[in-house]
Design a protein. Structure first.
Lengths: 311, 516
């Protein structure tokens, strides 16, 4: 009896004892905690340079305080609106097309009966996720040339050959399209795991009531996926103002700034390339604040509408 | 017998090593001691497949041997050099010496001095770099270009005589032959006629620079990109009428199919030229020629394009000065983190002493070159060694374009000396009598206030202009919008930026070399 209560109440005993008992689990946690402390929390302190005329040689204490000067400069610049628009649109298209593509693919894979075939499909769709972004972008550059693969296909349908990466019209399509190609399979993992956990009796009962495949997907599989989809969507919306600058700078050129230049690539150019650290930091900080607001908003909205939320 | 021969060889080797007294004279640290300096030098793209650290290059090994100074290198790849340097400066972990400082530090090495990253070398030069000091003070024009008014921000490469131009629009003789064309084009109309023939033969005539700027064609309209000057008045190129005419020409070329549709995101251009897919592009002429020889075709150089055959061109930048500050690796700055500035100054100055000049320009005597009839001649290893590319060897055995005092490329550049034809093609059209540098803007130094003004204005203008230039060329923006484009640029306070550069230019022209 005493033994049992000891097992039931692991909270008994001092913190030290608990730490010792679960030492290996805490050890596994440590790198993750360190990552957040170093790369996410320590960085918050240095964001004060957004309010300074920061010169690294003078240090943070020696640099002149300029208040909101750089925020104002950015918001008044002719690029502010274009950068915000491009960032939001790329994200919106990614949610509309890339995010949903994974869900659809997961539903389709789940319907496959032949396990061998299923495994092959899964492996093939996961694979591109592991290719370096630099390689993906080089491939895309080659494919987009006027005598490249994509143009060969388009030309067969009578479309005039043009370099797709030099035309602002096609940038978002190429960006989101390649994103789908690279990550659609990877995105299915979490949905497939959820689908395999769906109680088979639900499917059997639905089949008994005469539901066909499509109806079973709509009435059994999709409701089962809904909580995961909502959580994923909130997290995705939380990155609404973020676009990885690496892929953008590998693909864009001044000719496509119109649709391709996003906040992160602009911060990279101004902050790191032209060494305008304070300006870059100010734009980045502004971006993060807006991002946080969007995330909070999305979470609150979701909590009110369907009781699923992050916190 | 074999053993005897071996003994003889060992004896001979030992004998040949005896004149040590020679090496002693140039050591920067006492015999038996060593000192260490840290140096940031981007790894040349042509060498990066063969070595990862410059200490593996015989040039630097020899330099360490004779000076007694060991170097700890930071060698980022050349494509990431600027970011690497910016990160190092931000981290505070800065090496003693930065090679290629003018190109890598935004605004040039002088801005690095203004910002406090690099030190002003002026107080050290007379005492610790007498050779360099006497070269730069030998002439007002050299001093103006090498120094920055009352400061010296770096050691710069200086030539005994200006270097002949090396970038040319190149053509393949085989292509011209197949089209039945006998002479290279001289005027823009000639070029257009040639392009028509190329198009008819299924060749994409011209791979324009991916930025859309080609100084040779702009030059025909008497304009240069960014800041230039006309009769001492500083101007901004991209809003001039001449630049509009340039855009009109390039846009019509793009429309007619003369310019490759892929020019903005071009890749593998060298191969496309070699296989005859494209007709011409802007390329270092000797490199193109030598590559053609190895691949079995003949490369032709061309004179600068003109509107009429007798047009006088004023845009040349090659003959403007004997100080080559914009060449890759040609400037070396010392940072504020350097603990032993006199040693760093003496180490950099070494390449301006006779022994150092010989090493930088020719490599190691007996191994890379020999003197025949009083004239230095490269040995075959300069062109062929261990599979390293020809361009790479220039940074392996010697230090091409380094901060040193040097004869120009016709005298000591292995690429040219590979064959008389290679030298000849570099010099072809170089004696152009209808060419000068009248509108070239020299290396002016903006003070802190001027630079802050210039940078804050030009960052935005450059982004806008670079984008608009490409749009005008491909036609997404019609040239009928030129006036509103100019008005936009001017509304971004362009005049204030011009005034800042003008002030710096006026100061520059008043500089005189100190006389002692």
């Amino acid at each position: 009896m005493r033994k049992e209560s000891a097992i039931r109440k692991p909270s008994g005993g001092s913190l030290r004892k608990k730490l010792y008992r679960y030492r290996y689990i805490y050890l596994m946690l440590l790198p993750v905690v360190l990552y957040y402390v170093i790369f996410h929390y320590a960085g918050i302190y240095y964001s004060v340079i957004a309010f300074l005329d920061y010169k690294p040689m003078k240090g943070i204490s020696g640099s002149r305080f300029v208040g909101l000067k750089y925020f104002e400069e950015f918001l008044k610049s002719i690029y502010a609106w274009r950068l915000i628009r491009n960032t939001l649109l790329i994200n919106l298209y990614q949610i509309l097309f890339a995010f949903t593509a994974s869900i659809v693919l997961a539903l389709l894979i789940h319907q496959m009966r032949d396990n061998k075939y299923k495994n092959v499909i899964q492996t093939i769709t996961y694979m591109p996720h592991f290719i370096s972004i630099v390689v993906v972008c080089s491939l895309l550059t080659e494919f987009s040339e006027s005598d490249g693969l994509i143009n060969d296909v388009l030309a067969a349908f009578g479309v005039e050959r043009t370099n797709l990466l030099s035309d602002p019209k096609y940038f978002r399509t190429l960006f989101v399209g390649s994103e789908i190609w690279q990550n659609v399979g990877w995105g299915t993992i979490i949905y497939l795991a959820t689908l395999s956990g769906v109680d088979q009796s639900l499917h059997e009962a639905a089949a008994m009531d005469g539901a066909g495949r499509i109806q079973r997907i709509i009435h059994v599989n999709i409701p089962a996926l809904m909580p995961v989809i909502v959580i994923q969507l909130i997290m995705r919306v939380g990155r609404m103002m973020l676009v990885g600058f690496d892929k953008v700078i590998l693909l864009y050129s001044p000719a496509t700034y119109e649709t391709a230049d996003v906040i992160s690539s602009y911060v990279y150019r101004r902050g790191l390339y032209e060494r305008n650290y304070s300006y870059g930091a100010a734009v980045g900080l502004l971006n993060s604040v807006v991002n946080l607001a969007i995330l909070t908003g999305a979470n609150a909205f979701s909590r009110r509408v369907n009781d699923t939320s992050l916190w | 017998m074999k053993r005897f021969a071996l003994l003889l060889m060992v004896l001979m080797l030992a004998l040949s090593l005896t004149p040590v007294s020679h090496a002693e004279s140039v050591r920067l640290v006492p015999e038996g001691e060593t000192a260490t300096l840290t140096v940031f030098r981007p790894m040349d793209a042509n060498l990066q497949d063969y070595i990862t650290n410059y200490n593996e290059a015989p040039f630097y090994q020899k330099l360490e041997e004779v000076t007694g100074v060991h170097i700890e290198f930071t060698n980022p790849t050349s494509s990431a050099a600027q970011e690497s340097l910016n990160m190092l400066l931000l981290s505070g972990n800065v090496p003693d010496i930065i090679i290629d400082a003018d190109n890598l530090y935004t605004g040039g090495s002088y801005q690095g001095v203004v910002d406090g990253y690099f030190i002003d070398l002026m107080p050290y030069l007379k005492e610790y770099a007498p050779e360099y000091w006497s070269i730069i003070t030998s002439d007002d024009a050299i001093y103006r270009e090498a120094a920055n008014g009352d400061a010296v921000s770096c050691f710069a490469r200086i030539y005994t005589e200006a270097n002949p131009a090396w970038m040319r629009l190149v053509l393949k003789k085989e292509t011209l032959d197949s089209l039945g064309v006998e002479t290279v084009p001289v005027t823009i109309a000639d070029w257009e006629a040639l392009f028509d023939q190329m198009l008819a033969a299924g060749i994409t005539p011209y791979m324009l620079n991916k930025t859309g700027y080609e100084e040779k064609l702009m030059g025909a309209y008497n304009v240069r990109a960014d800041f230039y000057q006309e009769d001492g008045v500083v101007k901004y190129g991209q809003i001039q009428e001449g630049f509009r005419q340039y855009l009109e020409l390039i846009h019509s070329w793009y429309e007619k199919g003369y310019i490759s549709k892929d020019f903005i995101s071009q890749s593998n251009v060298d191969t496309m030229f070699a296989t005859g897919e494209i007709g011409t592009y802007d390329k270092p002429i000797v490199a193109a020629y030598n590559f053609g020889v190895s691949e079995g075709y003949t490369v032709l150089s061309t004179p600068y394009p003109r509107l009429t055959p007798d047009q006088f061109l004023h845009w040349d930048s090659y003959k403007a000065s004997v100080v080559g500050r914009s060449l890759t690796y040609s400037t070396s700055a010392i940072t504020a983190s350097c603990k032993d500035v006199p040693l760093a100054v003496r180490w950099l100055n070494f390449l301006y002493t006779p022994e150092g000049m010989e090493l930088a320009n020719w490599g190691i005597r007996g191994e890379n070159f020999d003197t025949v009839d009083g004239k230095n001649q490269y040995l075959p290893v300069m062109w062929d060694y261990n599979g390293i590319s020809q361009e790479g060897l220039n940074y392996y055995w010697k230090s091409h374009n380094a901060s040193t005092y040097s004869d120009n490329d016709t005298a000591c550049h292995a690429n040219l000396l590979k064959s008389p034809e290679a030298t000849a093609i570099r010099l072809e059209y170089d004696d152009d009598p209808l060419l000068d540098s009248a509108i070239y803007l020299p290396n002016v130094s903006l003070n802190e206030e001027e630079e802050t003004t210039r940078a804050s204005i030009m960052n935005d203008i450059d982004t806008y202009v670079d984008e608009m230039v490409l749009k005008f060329i491909v036609g997404t923006e019609p040239l009928s919008n030129w006036d509103s484009y100019v008005a936009n640029v001017q509304s971004m306070r362009l005049d204030d930026a011009i005034a800042a550069v003008q002030a710096a230019y006026d100061r520059y022209m008043d500089i005189k070399a100190p006389k002692e």
